[in-house]
Design a protein around this ligand. Structure first.
Ligand SMILES: C[S@@+](CC[C@H](N)C(=O)[O-])C[C@H]1O[C@@H](n2cnc3c(N)ncnc32)[C@H](O)[C@@H]1O
Length: 157
C-alpha cells in the first residue's frame, strides 16, 4: 500500500490503489470505501494479511481491465507499478474510465520510467491537467516501513 499518500491526500471519499502490495495497515475514515488491486494473487494475499482490520476490498486485476463501473473513484493511486504494465495506453484508458470527473490519478514511479505513462496521460487528460513532481519523501517513507532495500532513488507523481 502507498502509505503516506493516504495519510495526506485531501480528496474524495472513494479510493483505489493500483496495485495493493506493501501492505502497511492504513487508517481510513469510516465513510471511505477503498479498493486495492494487483495482478499478482500472492501480492493481494500479502496486502490483505498486512491490512487486516482495515476496510479495504482487495481484488486480483489487471490495471488495463479494471473490474469497476465507469466513474467510480475520486482518487486513484499507483505506486511503483507503472514500469511493469504491459499495456500502458490500455491502463491509462481504463484508469480514466473508472475515475470520476474531477477525480485525481496519482502515478508514482521511478522518474526515468515514467516517460511512457506521462505521454499517455497527457494525451488522455490534456497536457494542462498533468503535473510531474519529484517526491523523494515518498520513497524515503517506503524505505522506512518496508523491510529490505529499495533500488529507487527518487520517484515522480
Ligand atoms: C514493484 S511492485 C510494487 C507494489 C506496490 N504498489 C508497492 O508500492 O509496494 C509492482 C507490482 O505491480 C504489479 N503489476 C504489474 N503489472 C500490473 C498490471 N498490469 N496490473 C496490476 N498490477 C500490476 C505487480 O504484480 C507487482 O505487485
Amino acid at each position: 500500500m502507498a502509505v503516506g499518500v493516504l495519510e495526506h491526500h485531501p480528496y474524495g471519499t472513494v479510493r483505489l490503489h493500483v496495485p495493493a502490495a506493501r501492505g502497511q495497515p492504513v487508517e481510513l475514515p469510516a465513510e471511505v470505501l477503498a479498493h486495492a488491486v494487483d495482478l499478482s494473487p500472492q501480492m493481494i494475499e500479502h496486502a490483505r494479511a498486512a491490512g487486516a482490520g482495515t476496510d479495504v476490498a482487495y481484488a486480483v486485476a489487471d490495471v488495463a481491465r479494471l473490474p469497476f463501473e465507469d466513474a467510480t473513484f475520486d482518487l486513484i493511486v499507483s505506486s511503483l507499478s507503472q514500469h511493469h504494465w504491459a499495456d500502458v495506453p490500455g491502463a491509462v484508458r481504463d484508469l480514466r474510465r473508472v475515475l470520476r470527473p474531477g477525480g485525481r490519478l496519482w502515478i508514482y514511479d521511478v522518474r526515468w520510467m515514467l516517460r511512457g505513462a506521462t505521454r499517455e496521460v497527457r494525451a488522455a487528460f490534456g497536457a494542462d491537467a498533468v503535473r510531474r513532481d519529484v517526491v523523494r519523501r515518498f520513497v524515503a517513507r517506503l524505505s522506512a516501513t518496508v523491510p529490505g532495500p529499495l533500488s529507487t532513488g527518487s520517484s515522480s507523481g
